[in-house]
Ligand binder design. Structure first.
Ligand code: PEP
Ligand code: MG
Length: 902
């Protein structure tokens, strides 16, 4: 901007000039004060200095040109309107100077009240207040205190000490017992404190007070606590705050005055009614400071019926106008009601659903809007059991909240012990340094999983989320010693059998048992709670909004499920098929021996025998899943992980062999196994012999799986069911890989399926960047694509899925390189671009190509919106996230461009 433009630029808005849509410019408080003013509600007059003025001040360290003149003009007009001048010795106008950013940052920035008081106007104020000297001197001492602390960084304790001293001298503990003389003395004491710390007298010039207070509010945008709060709430750092200069009204002028806060509905439950607190003869900060106990707002009816009725009337008008729950702050000055603030009120997840439903009933919003008023994160919160933390529980450690929920139980360190104790009916928490596929049984048996290593996509996290099981991963303050069956944390030792509690939402770990409440919403999704019969307003509201989301959404929602049990649960939760059935879990447990035989086979016959033994087991697995998913598509992925993951770890095997040799035992088999493990060792297994590469290198492996899938489908169909298998090839990077696998698979399918009527699709995962970039070629050979965004993120960023989150993401988050882990929410610009390119080029080559996503992002609310926008057909996620994905897919479909859901 040129300096002339700066001078002309409008930095100050009268309340009558603004409206609620100007939050960017006027901040939330300013925009809503303007809105109330224009509604004709009793708002004390004032004006707002824009966030742009703040941004300019923070950038240059001085007020932008033109600001001072505009403040002067608006102040004059305020003075004219009020018939008083700022700080006039005889009849002073006083103002408050309040911060107010676009997004509410409660208590994080500064406010200065009573600006305009000085040694002379304090007398005028007493006269204005009908000779109430006590009130005038109390207001003056409050100004010096707030101004000193906020504007001049005088330590607040010094003022507190002086106040305590005055009370002690008077022999009381209550501020109210101090009389005008005491307070006059206190003003003197405060002035001395001010002089001592600032080297100057307390400013007597009202306009100087005002300018310094405005500047202090600007600067409070960068106060440490505000910076911290913004980081946590993901509020951009460059917005700045607006400053509201408002004519003071006083709630501390006597028993016919007071101040209060209120909600138009209960922000905790959503219940209709009046919720609020009132404090007679007090100013707003007294309520916050808790100096005296407030009374329920309903008591105001008795104290001041006229103001009470007017307040109720205003609250109803505000709700009707904002079409939402509002919270308000008000003051009554000698029987006259003033509105000091309103905004759309924050609420709990439960209240969000209940209120959205009520507003539809009241005709204030339609169902599309109701859907917009809730979100997947809130629904997820409602689905997990929760700790009742009404008692004092201090966490002993904090890790990554890897899979939400709350679980308490006895600590166990091995999968076997977890299974054993669970069979005895004990609740257990499986504690490991990190989990591996061998821990699966223990994870199933446990109430929750706690690991000291790994992030949100570690094995423990992914598997736990799939099972809807609580998991805290990467709690690195915990030192796990499995052989000794104990862990240490914060100087304490926890042994097997001791009870711990873990919160998978916050990542907090507690010693001992914290009581837990189960979720009604899950009972509803599981079908054990009928929404029409439940007398629970929340369940009814969830049902209604979910029904609308399902009707509105374009994206289908499938589940990632590997067993009949998971498939059945996913179906109850509304899954429209399986988007990813990982087959590797089917090679564990007592089948491990067959996998070893396969790996150790020296001849074609030995290998064929091992595969033949695996075939019927695999077929039974698929039969179970196809039956559960009767009539719905099931995407089965051919085996993906490197085969050595099914063998014992090298170090352990080497030790076992050496010990057995020492004892002179026959170790021929173990030696062969050891040799195989050594031979198959890889430095970078995630980039090694896995996925489609296995199918190309190990003869008969994929063929066995394809045959098992086709045979299972035929059996289910012959039994009168309907199986719709989709065979998916993992880790494809080049069309030739897929063509080779497909040619072999098609032969087997044709042979098995015959005239059974079963149709088997063959498609591929898109999870290697090269596949995304050559999607046009790959689509020629694929009947569907499913985006494996876990690997696509790993390979797109070059971030190891298993290591980076715990290792250094904190620094990336701190530096703002990303606001959220790209493993959690899709990185739209990079990995998302790969998805978009592949979707477009794939469909260009094969119109109507079916597109889905089965990486963890399929259940992430933000990412679901992205997948909707790039035109995928479905998202697939863990069964417990299916309702969240349904809701978000509905929201994406009704979303209006540029809407602001914060
Ligand atoms: C993926 O990579 O996104 C995926 C779904 O496969 P996995 O997580 O099994 O590698
Ligand atoms: Mg993958």
């Amino acid at each position: 901007m040129t300096s002339q433009e700066t001078v002309d630029h409008k930095y100050v808005y009268d309340f009558a000039e603004g409206n609620r849509d100007l939050k960017d410019l006027l901040g939330g408080k300013g925009a809503n004060l303007a809105e109330m003013t224009n509604l004709g509600l009793p708002v004390p007059p004032g004006f707002t200095i824009t966030t742009e003025a703040c941004q300019a001040y923070l950038a240059t360290g001085r007020e932008p040109d033109g600001l001072a003149g505009q403040i002067e003009a608006h102040l004059e007009s305020l003075e004219r309107g009020m018939g008083r001048r700022l700080g006039d010795p005889h009849d002073p106008l006083l103002v408050s100077v309040r911060s107010g950013a676009k997004f509410s940052m409660p208590g994080m920035m500064e406010t200065v009240l009573n600006v305009g008081l000085n040694d002379r106007s304090v007398v005028g104020l007493a006269a204005q207040a009908g000779g109430n000297e006590r009130f005038a001197w109390d207001s003056y001492r409050r100004l010096i205190q707030m101004f000193g602390k906020t504007v001049c960084e005088v330590p607040g304790e010094e003022f507190e000490h002086a106040l305590d001293e005055a009370k002690r001298a008077r022999g009381t503990t209550s501020d109210l017992d101090l009389d005008a003389d005491d307070l006059r003395g206190l003003v003197d004491a405060y002035k001395k404190i001010f002089l001592k710390h600032t080297g100057r007298d307390f400013p007597q010039e009202p306009r100087e007070q005002l300018d310094l207070a405005i500047r202090a509010v600007f600067e409070s945008w960068n106060a440490e606590r505000a910076v911290l709060y913004r980081r946590q709430e993901r509020i951009p750092a460059d917005l700045g705050t607006a400053v509201n200069v408002v004519a003071m009204v006083f709630g501390n002028l006597g028993p016919d005055s007071g101040t209060g806060v209120a909600f138009t509905r209960d922000p905790a439950s959503g219940a209709q009614g009046i919720y609020g607190d009132y404090l007679a003869n007090a100013q707003g900060e007294d309520v916050v400071a808790g100096i005296r106990n407030t009374v329920p707002l309903q008591d105001l009816e008795r104290l001041d019926k006229r103001s009470y009725d007017e307040l109720l009337d205003i609250m109803a008008r505000l709700e009707g106008h904002y079409r939402d729950l509002c919270d308000i702050e008000f003051t009554i000055e000698r029987g006259k009601l003033w509105m000091l603030q309103t905004r759309v009120g924050k609420r709990t997840a439960a209240a969000a659903f209940v209120i959205a439903g009520q507003l539809v009933d009241e005709g204030l919003i339609d169902l599309d809007e109701a859907l917009h008023r809730v979100n997947g994160a809130q629904l997820a919160q409602l689905m997990f059991p929760r700790f009742q933390l009404d008692h004092d529980f201090e966490p002993v450690a904090r890790g990554v909240g890897a899979s939400p929920g709350a679980a308490s139980g006895k600590v166990v360190f091995t999968s076997a012990r977890a299974v054993e104790l669970a069979a005895e009916g004990e609740a257990v928490i499986l504690v490991r340094r990190e989990t591996n596929p061998d821990d699966l049984n223990g994870m199933i048996a446990a109430r929750g999983i706690l690991t000291s290593r790994g992030g949100k996509t570690s094995h423990a996290a992914v598997v736990a989320r799939g099972m809807g099981k609580t998991c805290v991963s990467g709690a690195d303050e915990i030192d796990v010693n499995v052989p000794a069956k104990r862990f240490t944390v914060a100087g304490q030792t926890v042994h097997e059998g001791d009870v711990v509690s873990i919160d998978g939402t916050t990542g907090k770990v507690y010693l001992g048992e914290v009581p837990v409440t189960p979720s009604e919403v899950v009972r509803y999704f599981e079908g054990t709670l009928d929404p029409h019969e439940a007398d629970d307003a929340l369940v009814k509201a969830v049902h209604r909004i979910m029904t609308h989301a399902d009707a509105a959404r374009r994206l289908a929602v499938r589940a990632n499920a590997d067993t009949g049990t998971d498939a059945a649960r996913a179906r109850r939760f509304g899954a429209q098929g399986i988007g990813l059935c990982r087959t590797e879990h089917m090679f564990l447990g007592d089948r491990r021996e067959l996998v070893e035989r396969l790996i150790l086979a020296r001849t074609d016959t030995e290998r064929a025998d091992a595969l033949a033994a695996l075939l019927p087991l695999q077929r039974d697995d698929f039969v179970e899943i196809f039956r559960e998913m009767d009539g719905l598509p099931v995407t089965v992925r051919l085996i993906d992980p490197p085969l050595h993951e099914f063998l014992p770890p090298l170090e352990q095997l080497a030790v076992d062999v050496a010990v057995a040799q020492e004892r002179g035992e026959d170790v021929a088999k173990e030696e062969a196994l050891l040799a195989a493990v050594r031979r198959m060792h890889e430095e970078n297994p995630m980039l090694g012999l896995r996925g489609v590469r296995l199918g190309l290198v190990i003869p008969g492996l994929f063929a066995m799986q394809v045959r098992a899938i086709a045979e299972a489908a035929v059996r289910v169909t012959r039994d009168g069911g309907s199986a719709c298998p989709e065979i998916m090839v993992p880790l494809v990077g080049a069309v030739q890989e897929l063509e080779t696998v497909r040619a072999e698979a098609e032969k087997i399918i044709a042979e098995v399926v015959g005239d059974s009527g079963v149709e088997v699709l063959i498609g591929t995962m898109i999870e290697v960047p090269r596949a995304a970039l050559t999607a046009g070629q790959i689509a020629e050979a694929a009947q569907f694509f499913s985006f494996g965004t876990n690997d696509l993120t790993q390979m797109g960023w070059g971030f190891s899925r298993d290591d980076v989150e715990g290792a250094f993401f904190w620094r990336y988050l701190e530096l703002g390189i990303f606001g959220i882990s790209p493993f959690e929410s899709i990185d739209r610009d990079g990995v998302g671009r790969l998805v978009r390119i592949a979707a477009e080029e794939g469909r260009a080559a094969r119109p109507g190509l079916k597109l889905g996503v089965c990486g963890e992002h399929g259940g992430d609310p933000e990412s679901v919106h992205f997948f909707h926008s790039v035109g995928l057909d479905y998202v697939s996620c863990s069964p417990f996230r299916v309702p969240v994905a349904r809701l978000e897919a509905g929201r994406a479909a009704v979303e209006t461009v540029g809407s602001d859901s914060r």
